[in-house]
Design a protein around this ligand. Structure first.
Ligand code: FAD
Ligand code: NAD
Length: 474
């Protein structure tokens, strides 16, 4: 007889493993199906999905290492610290990153044991069943569950005619595992991955050219932040970013890669040693057996769900990158918790209006809520405050004064509608804004909160005061 569970989760990434743990905590017999071993030396299935294995965690490890290297070479001079002959050992840097990944993915297996989640290794797909029990085939064995949570995530989008071998032409998987610093690195796509991984290899000494199809830079960010980022990345850091680039051919030879592209009326050729293709990601729904049970996909091939991650089949849910909304680990995790709690009859919720975005370049970029452009086009009256880090004692002490915090608040109610940061530690500073938005706070609320001195968080405080045109230090 088929093994029975209350809840089966397909996919062991942030959306899936969190959904499984929360479901088990709520008393459900729970299994999580995962097919990928990633780089496991024993070939055993690894948990954590894209995020832990080939995404968030390894990229942040490399960003940190490369930032230390860059500081040792250029950043510490202002503090009177110089070091001759600073070298990077890429193998050690990559090994450190691999060790962090191994530690964290193993940790999730430990959490599964602790919470009594059964790991089912293998590819999972719907093969039949209905409302009372869905049937999921896992590597030839069928398991059943009343509730199935699809958390199969996403994979890199590849371009026609651009052969990704993850050696010379890489998506995120290969780009996180270079064995040496390329002399000339080409990147297609100036999105989040292009900027983060482009920064890593630029800091380590590569000459980096990023080719972006759109005429605008960082179109999703607030325009003031995008403008500042453009200035810092291209003028101070020397990233060569070409906007409006239409790729016409990519040729791989023994010695490297040639990218042909049009820009305006001109044709260009970029010669590079390695190429990263980072042009977005596509949902994993192929081979999931959607047709066997009639699971509907939306116009972009994602599982079609409502605001509570319910599909149109009773008891079938979907979370994370495989559904609408931003492809962010924390959004997937929050959805995983929400679904498990809804299955338990609780009031699970995910506030999509307060999902923060962070780009881990230097300076970091982080935002939550609406941009000024979005408010203008929606015809919403707002007041804005903006304070530079250069006016903050802690930022000066750290020698890191680039950027600003910008706050947008409703003109009538003063409720905070959006906060945009470009600057050091923006990834941590944004949390205050997320909490404020979650609790419908006003700029006056932030202005009245005591912020420790001297801290970077005082810039948030000053910005809130600036919304009311009464900053004290600027
Ligand atoms: P995934 O993490 O993709 O996990 C899905 C899992 O399901 C995979 O392990 C896959 O093998 C498995 N699977 C798929 N189909 C099946 C099947 N049929 N049977 C069994 N198993 C299956 N987000 C952030 O929030 N912050 C960051 O800093 C960040 N950095 C990133 C950096 C890079 C380079 C990349 C590529 C992504 C980054 N992301 C970041 C995005 C983040 O990784 C994803 O949003 C997140 O991993 C999505 O989680 P998920 O659980 O939906 O899917
Ligand atoms: P992205 O959507 O962030 O950026 C892709 C870029 O490629 C866009 O600017 C797009 O206009 C451009 N593009 C598309 N087709 C092109 C073409 N043919 N030629 C040139 N440019 C082209 O996607 P990504 O950078 O691949 O990252 C995928 C997703 O992973 C992100 O959207 C994000 O959800 C997630 N991610 C998040 C983080 C983070 O939170 N810090 C980091 C990395 C990845």
């Amino acid at each position: 007889m088929a093994k029975q569970f209350d809840v089966v989760v397909i996919g062991g990434g942030p959306g899936g493993y969190i959904a499984a743990i929360r479901a088990a905590q709520l008393g459900f017999s729970t299994a999580c199906v995962e097919s990928e071993a990633y780089d496991d030396p024993k070939g055993e299935v690894r948990l954590g999905g894209t995020c832990l294995n080939v995404g968030c965690i390894p990229s942040k490890a490399l960003l940190q290492s490369s930032e230390h290297f860059d500081n040792a070479r250029h950043g510490f001079v202002m503090h009177g610290i110089t070091a001759d002959d600073v070298k990077i050992d890429v193998k050690t840097m990559v090994k450190r990153k691999d060790n962090i990944v191994t530690q964290l993915t193993g940790g999730i297996k430990g959490l599964f044991k602790k919470n009594k989640v059964t790991l089912l290794p293998g590819h999972g797909k719907f093969v039949g069943g209905g409302e009372d029990a869905w049937e999921v085939d896992v590597a030839g064995e069928v398991v059943t569950a009343k509730h199935v949570i699809v958390a199969t995530g996403s994979r890199p989008r590849h371009l026609d005619g651009v052969p990704v071998d993850n050696k010379l032409v890489c998506d995120n998987v290969g780009a996180l595992a270079f064995d040496a610093v390329p002399k000339r690195l080409g990147v297609i796509g100036a999105g989040v991955i292009g900027l983060e991984l482009g920064s890593v290899w630029k800091r380590l000494g590569a000459q980096v050219t990023i080719l972006e199809a759109l005429p605008d830079f960082l179109a999703a960010a607030d325009a003031a932040v995008a403008k500042e980022a453009w200035k810092v990345f291209t003028q101070k850091q020397g990233l060569d970013i070409q906007l409006g680039a239409n790729i016409t051919a990519v040729k791989v030879g023994k010695k490297g890669v040639t990218v042909e592209y049009e820009s305006g009326d001109d044709n260009h050729v970029l010669e590079c040693d390695r190429l990263i293709v980072s042009v977005g990601r596509v949902p994993n729904t192929e081979g999931l057996g959607c047709e066997a049970v009639g699971l509907k996909l939306d116009d972009r091939g994602r599982v079609d769900v409502d605001e509570h991650c319910r599909s149109y089949l009773p008891g079938v849910w979907a979370v994370g990158d495989v559904v609408r909304g931003p492809m962010l680990a924390h959004k997937g995790m929050e959805e995983g918790v929400m679904v498990a709690e809804l299955i338990a009859g609780q009031a699970g919720h995910c506030n999509y209006d307060a999902v923060p975005w962070v780009i881990y370049t230097h300076p970091e970029i982080a935002w939550v809520g609406k941009t000024e452009q979005q408010l203008k086009s929606a015809g919403i009256d707002y007041r804005a405050g903006q304070i530079p880090f250069a006016a903050n004692g802690r930022a000066l002490g750290q020698g890191d004064t680039t950027g600003f915090v910008k706050m947008l608040a409703d003109a009538k109610t003063d409720r905070i509608l959006g906060v945009h940061i470009i600057g050091t530690n923006a990834s941590e500073l944004i949390s205050e804004a997320v909490v404020a938005m979650e609790f419908h706070a006003s700029s006056e609320d932030i202005a009245r909160i005591v912020h420790a001195h001297p801290t970077l968080s005082e810039v948030m405080h000053e910005t809130a005061l600036a919304v009311d045109k009464r900053p004290l230090h600027f």
